[in-house]
Each structure stands twice: as C-alpha cells, then as structure tokens.
Design a protein around this ligand. Structure first.
Ligand SMILES: *[C@@H]1O[C@H](CO)[C@@H](O)[C@H](O)[C@H]1NC(C)=O
Ligand SMILES: *[C@@H]1O[C@H](CO)[C@@H](O)[C@H](O)[C@H]1NC(C)=O
Ligand SMILES: *[C@@H]1O[C@H](CO)[C@@H](O)[C@H](O)[C@H]1NC(C)=O
Ligand SMILES: *[C@@H]1O[C@H](CO)[C@@H](O)[C@H](O)[C@H]1NC(C)=O
Ligand SMILES: *[C@@H]1O[C@H](CO)[C@@H](O)[C@H](O)[C@H]1NC(C)=O
Ligand SMILES: *[C@@H]1O[C@H](CO)[C@@H](O)[C@H](O)[C@H]1NC(C)=O
Ligand SMILES: *[C@@H]1O[C@H](CO)[C@@H](O)[C@H](O)[C@H]1NC(C)=O
Ligand SMILES: *[C@@H]1O[C@H](CO)[C@@H](O)[C@H](O)[C@H]1NC(C)=O
Ligand SMILES: [Zn+2]
Length: 675
C-alpha cells in the first residue's frame, strides 16, 4: 500500500499520464516496467518483462542527456531482499536495446504537428514465470537513484481442477439494457408480466464486471478480450501483450493466454473458437495471437494454425481444434495475406467447410476449419427474415464471385464445435469461446434491430447449447459463462408511432411521434404480422420486426444521422457518410432513414459510427465454480475464475525449471530478444 501511495504521488509530480495522449500507457514516469504496477498473475503463467528508460529530447518533459544505459532491475519477494532479475529468474542478462519514438502531448501540439521526441534504452526478459503465490516488488533503478516500482501479486488460488469443460459465450458489446430490450421484443407479456423467460434469465448466478483498460477507461475488443483470456489489462488495439514504445508490433512483452496454459498443462485437452465476426477480428484472435496491433491479420491467422509456434513458442501448442467463422479475405492470398491459408490448414489435418451443409457433414473426429463468407457473417435478421439481402454480395469464401447463401448461424456453429471437441477430447475436456460479434458491430452502425436480433440469436444458442450438453451428459461438468467485453450506451425510452412520424414533414413535428412514459404503450413486436415468424417451443424471436409502434431506441454518443426508428429491411445501415465519399468529415447519410428527423452528432466529425461506452457488463454463470462469478468484480477476474476452475494455477515450479525462490525462466528454452 505504501508503495502504491508513493507511485501515485510521484506521478502527480512528474507526469501527465491518462490524458488524451500519453507518452506511454502504464508508464508512470521516465522509467517503465511491464508488467506494470498493480498487476496480478496466475501462478506459473508465462510472461515477458520489458523495461524502458526514457530521455525526452524536447517537449514539456525535456531533459539533457542520453537515456540511462546502466539501469538495474530487481525483484523482491515480500519479506525477502532484492535479487537482480537475471539471477531471480535464472536467465542471461538481456542485451540493451535503443530506439526513439514521438508522441503528441495534446491536441494543440497535434494541430501544430509538433510531436515530442523521446530517446529510449530498453531490455526484455523473455518467458519467465512466478510460481509462489504472494506479493512481489519489481524495481527499476535509473539515472542514479530514480526508481519505478511495480507491485505484482501472484494470486493464491486452489490448484484442484473442478470443471472438465469451459464454455465462454461473449456477446460483444452486450449490456443489460440490450437484454431488456431484446426480451421486450421477443417475449410476450400480459399486464406487465412475462409469460416466458430468456435463457439468460434462467442462469443461477449473475455478476457484473468492469471493463476499463489499463490506460483508458473505455476499452476496445482487443484489450478487453486480453483481460478476459489472460487476467492482464492492456492498451487499446493490443492482444496479449503490454505495449512498449518500439515500432515493432511483435516485440512487445507477451503474457500467456488461457488456451495456451490449458493446452500446456493438459496436452490432451481441446480448444474451439466460434464467432460471427471475421476470424482475424479481436475477440477470436485474442485466443491465440500476441501483438500490439490487432490489425496484423496475417499474424492472427498464422497463430490459428501454428498455435504461435513461430512467433513465441511458449508451449509448442499446435492451435485450436475448431475454428468457425468468416473473413475469407484473410485466408486467401492477397496483398495483405502472404499465403493461401486453406491448404496450410488442410495439410495440418483440418477438414475445411465453406458452407453450412459442408460444416454439418464434416467429420467430428478431425480438426475443423469453417470459413463461410468474406467479411463478417450476415446477421440473423438478414439470414432469416430479409433474405434478399444475402444476394449479389459476391462473398463466397473460396474467392469465386459467387454469393454465400448456405450460411450457418451462431447456434449451428456452436453445436458443431461441441460435437468435434467432445468427440476428440472427452478425456481431458475442452475450452470453447463462442462470440456473438455483431451485437457490437450493429450497435456501432446504430442498427438496433439487427443488433438485438444477434442478441436473441445468442440467447437461442445458449438455450440450445444447454440442451445439447445435457443430452451429451456434459452439463454437470461444464462451466458456462455468458458475458460481454464492453458495452454501448444503448437504451429504450418509449415507442414511436412510425405511421404518424412518416406522415409529418417537419423535423420538430416528427418528434411528436415519440411516446414516452404512459404513451410508450406495450411491445408490438410479439404480435404476428406480414413477416411473422411463429414461436416454436422455447425459441423466441419477434413475430414481426416492422410494427407501427416501434421502439424508441438510441445510444449515448453518435455521428450526425437521421432517425426514423424503423427496421432497415434493405440491409445493414450506414447512418453517416462523407460528402463525395470524403473520410474524416461525416454528415448524416441522406439516403438512410429518409422519413426520419435529423439528429446532430455529439462525436467528433471523423466518427462515422457509434462508439463503446463506460458501463459495467453482466456475467451469467452456471456449472462447476458458478459461485466464483457472483457479485461485482473486474474483467480480469473472469480469467482467474476460469483458470481456477480448470485447475491451472501452478504454485510449484515444474522439475527441470527449478528456481530457488519459486521463480524461474519458464521451461528451459531461452528465447531470443526482439522476437
Ligand atoms: C537520441 O538518440 C540518438 C540515437 O541513439 C542520438 O543520435 C541522439 O543524439 C539522441 N538525442 C539526444 C538529444 O540525446
Ligand atoms: C555506464 O556504465 C559504464 C561502465 O560502468 C560507464 O563507463 C558509463 O559511463 C556509464 N554510463 C552512464 C551514462 O552512466
Ligand atoms: C531515431 O532512431 C532512428 C533509428 O534508430 C535514427 O535513425 C534516428 O536518427 C533517430 N532520431 C533522432 C532524432 O534521434
Ligand atoms: C522535437 O524534435 C523533433 C525532431 O527534431 C521535431 O520534429 C519536433 O517538432 C520537436 N517537438 C517539439 C515539441 O519541439
Ligand atoms: C517450439 O517448441 C517445441 C517444443 O519445445 C519445439 O519442438 C520446436 O522446435 C520449437 N519451435 C521453434 C520455432 O522454436
Ligand atoms: C457447399 O460446399 C460443398 C463442398 O465444398 C460444395 O460441394 C457445395 O456445392 C457447396 N454448396 C453451396 C450451396 O455452395
Ligand atoms: C442482383 O443483381 C441482378 C443483376 O445485376 C439484379 O437483376 C437483381 O435484381 C439483384 N438482386 C437483388 C436482390 O438485389
Ligand atoms: C444541427 O446543427 C446545425 C449546426 O451545425 C444547426 O444549424 C441545426 O439547426 C442543427 N439541427 C438540429 C435538428 O438540431
Ligand atoms: Zn466495437
């Protein structure tokens, strides 16, 4: 605690971290230690250490002289004395690296194009681990007597494994408000009482998690996925690394992912990845990739089929058993993708499916790659209600210009993944992540109908999955979590008489169509109509998507756009557009929601979409260890809960990697610097 106070005080004196721009996130002064202060580790989790000493050449922090090449770094286990890190971890002292970088101190400096220049000395200790639970102090000493201290905690968790399987559903961007709205659209109520429940409503344990990232209170899906999968928060756009100041997106300090730890500790276990996003997107990528730039899509696909062997080789694991999603553009040889990846996967024993029929027919005893179209998967609403929107897309995953029309949904993909994992890994169990990605993607484009359709598809998937696990005899042994990685500021405030709105000609008159409080009335989505989808037993989607009295929905921050509150039956929405296609200067798209009224934006004019928001997000849990997930906690606690339940905490160094102080280089391979 005392150390924490000191570092807060020194930061107040010495730096302006946490503003619009930062010299380096997580670095409190001119010395930087990654993993940074206040980080928790799973016992035995592999990680890299990055140290940097900064010498700002100009700008408000300018100092005279080179960055210190003679800095020292010690580790102190609580109650012990400081030990030089190379001795503590029993590794060679790494070589000194030098580089420089620039950053803008604020928007004025950016307008003037006057970045501040920083010279850097740095070192990296690769692939070490802490085994003995407890508190550690990592101290960087530089410029003589200046110190940056990182307080680290190795959590003291039970080591006994309690769950055979873990199934993590992620509703990307999903909030409680969205669940409430989806329920209103798909479940009939009488006099304020629902006749049916959502699958999520039936979970025995509900918690909620804080999604902040390490150096910004709003997260993106890369660093929130990192927190959920590794227990480490990082910086926006980073996957499973802390972001150092060097330009190389692959030399940043890595830390081990739950999939890597699980496969290392239980080599006969299995891993599955299912998503409705393009597969190189952050939430699926977070299960295998290590990079400071989530946009390094070829690295992500590499990591799927190699398990990261070539880029870090912490475990030698050979990648997931099942990978199902879309984004064929990253698998075909193009200017961005150096390889034709499909044959590489088939050489490694994956069977390959390019459509739903092929996926259903794929053998369950072989590894399976399913890539069903280019881009993100067409959403549930277009696949099931407005099917014409699937035509003329030229998006078949083989690169021919055909249309992909035989598409699976989240449910079909998830159930198939379970078949494969269960067939191949009934002994040591499996870990499956299944992502409803387009809740987020459609919230971004203010297309609330499409977003809530995705949420209802997730709910239906959870329902069908629970039934499937029950029939396989696996339900009791499977921890099921349903959570989100962050939210959007969405809510519903009433209803809109769309017939009245469409008939008015003046923007201020159109707004009279909004009914709030008593005039909100009741949900009209559960009453059949022209596009009526009948309820079947236990399956709940709206009976119609175009009622006269539609939901008055919105988000808290948006670009200029028009709003008419009516389902976009012609396809996904583009609320804002640049004049003459210009980027970075967006106005309301006059072709969108034409019968609606203009809403002036609150975001900077370079935003064409909505953005993520601050809200905590829900966590639903059932199965072994469900009690770990009740209450209010941090996103990283989801990782620690899953790791505890799988018995992944390793509180003693394995033989062959001995360490007198319960710490050591993990395994015997010493990685090269700068990999
Ligand atoms: C910054 O580093 C470069 C290269 O290491 C060196 O040439 C330069 O003199 C340094 N600048 C200052 C102001 O220290
Ligand atoms: C670093 O240490 C070396 C060897 O002790 C010494 O020659 C050099 O002057 C030191 N450099 C700085 C900047 O302190
Ligand atoms: C920054 O580093 C690069 C490459 O290491 C070097 O070429 C360049 O001179 C440095 N810039 C300054 C201003 O020191
Ligand atoms: C700092 O130095 C760099 C390189 O000389 C220059 O481009 C930049 O404008 C300077 N920034 C400030 C704030 O003086
Ligand atoms: C990765 O590790 C495995 C197992 O230790 C080893 O067989 C393999 O050669 C290593 N690969 C690389 C690229 O270092
Ligand atoms: C589905 O994939 C199989 C195997 O590649 C192919 O034979 C079949 O024609 C495909 N079906 C459609 C509708 O594209
Ligand atoms: C698809 O394109 C064809 C030919 O360009 C056109 O006739 C047809 O109407 C289009 N269909 C849809 C659903 O847009
Ligand atoms: C939107 O903002 C513009 C100025 O940027 C203003 O002229 C206009 O009246 C505003 N419209 C509404 C509906 O608030
Ligand atoms: Zn998003």
């Amino acid at each position: 605690m005392r150390n924490r106070l000191i570092s807060v005080l020194s930061c107040l004196a010495a730096c302006a971290a946490g503003q619009t721009f930062q010299r380096l996130g997580g670095c409190p002064d001119l010395g930087c230690v990654f993993p940074p202060d206040q980080v928790d580790f799973l016992a035995g989790q592999y990680f890299d250490i990055r140290l940097e000493v900064h010498s700002p050449v100009n700008g408000s922090e300018a100092r005279v002289g080179e960055p210190d090449p003679n800095f020292t770094f010690t580790i102190t286990k609580k109650g012990g004395s400081p030990i030089a890190a190379a001795d503590f971890f029993q590794v060679d002292e790494p070589k000194l690296e030098r580089w420089n970088f620039t950053w803008y101190e604020d928007l004025f400096a950016k307008d003037l194009e006057k970045p501040s220049l920083v010279n850097v000395t740095a070192k990296a200790y690769r692939r070490v681990a802490l085994y003995e639970p407890g508190e550690y102090e990592a101290t960087l000493t530089y410029y003589g007597s200046q110190k940056t201290v990182a307080n680290w905690l190795v959590r003291d968790l039970p080591t006994k494994r309690r769950a055979k399987n873990v199934l993590l559903f992620i509703g990307d961007g999903m909030t409680t408000n969205m669940i409430t709205a989806a329920r209103l659209m798909a479940h009939r109520s009488i006099n304020g009482k629902y006749m049916t429940k959502m699958a999520l409503d039936k979970f025995p344990v509900l918690g909620h998690q804080m999604t902040h990232s390490m150096d910004s209170f709003i997260t993106d899906s890369a660093n929130s996925a990192t927190a959920l999968y590794t227990g480490h928060k990082t910086t926006v756009n980073a996957l499973n690394v802390y972001v150092d100041s060097s330009k190389d997106p692959f030399d940043d300090p890595k830390f081990e992912i739950i999939t890597e730890i699980f496969r290392r500790r239980f080599p006969l276990s299995g891993v599955g990845i299912v998503t409705t996003a393009f597969l190189a997107d952050a939430t699926p990528a977070g299960l295998t990739a290590h990079t400071s730039k989530r946009s390094k899509f070829d690295h992500v696909i590499d990591a799927f089929y190699e398990g990261g062997v070539s880029t870090h080789n912490w475990t030698g694991w050979d990648g997931p058993d099942v990978v199902l999603g879309t984004g064929a553009e990253n698998f075909l040889k193009t200017k961005d993708a150096p390889h034709d990846y499909y044959p590489l996967f088939t050489e490694k024993g994956y069977s390959l499916a390019w459509n739903n029929t092929a996926m259903q027919n794929a053998p369950t005893d072989e590894k399976l790659l399913g890539v069903f179209q280019t881009d993100n998967l067409a959403v549930w609403l277009d696949r099931n209600v407005y099917k014409d929107n699937l035509l003329n897309q030229s998006n078949y995953p083989d690169g021919s210009a055909r249309d992909a029309v035989d598409l699976p949904g989240l449910k079909e993909m998830t159930l198939k993944a379970i078949d494969v994992l269960q067939e191949r890994h009934d002994d040591e169990g499996w870990f499956l992540m299944s992502e409803a990605a387009s809740i987020d993607k459609q919230m971004h484009s203010l297309d609330y109908d499409r977003a809530l359709g995705e949420l209802l598809e997730l709910d239906d998937t959870v329902r069908a999955t629970i039934e499937k696990l029950e029939s396989l005899g696996q339900l009791e042994d499977t921890l099921i979590l349903v959570t989100a990685d962050h939210g959007h500021g969405f809510d519903v405030t009433g209803s809109v008489d769309t017939k009245y709105l469409n008939a008015q000609h003046d923007d201020r008159e159109k707004r009279r169509a909004v009914g709030y409080y008593r005039e909100s009335g009741l949900s009209q989505y559960t009453v059949g109509g022209p596009n009526s989808l009948q309820y079947s037993d236990g399956v709940h989607f709206p009976a119609r998507w175009d009622p006269r009295y539609a939901l008055h929905s919105g988000v808290g921050a948006f670009p200029d756009h028009r709003e008419n509150y009516q389902v976009h039956s012609d396809g996904p929405r583009s609320p804002a557009a640049g004049i003459n296609g210009q980027k970075n200067d967006y106005y309301a798209n006059y072709k969108d929601a034409v019968t609606g009224f203009l809403v002036n934006g609150t975001l900077p004019v370079d935003a064409s979409q909505g953005v993520h928001s601050l809200t905590d997000v829900p966590v639903f849990a059932q199965g072994p260890c469900q009690e770990l997930f009740g209450g209010v906690y941090n996103s990283i606690d989801i990782f620690f809960g899953m790791a505890e339940c799988l018995g992944l905490s390793e509180t003693k160094a394995p033989s062959g990697a001995s360490g007198s102080s319960g710490a050591c280089a993990a395994g015997q391979v010493k990685d090269k610097d700068g990999q």
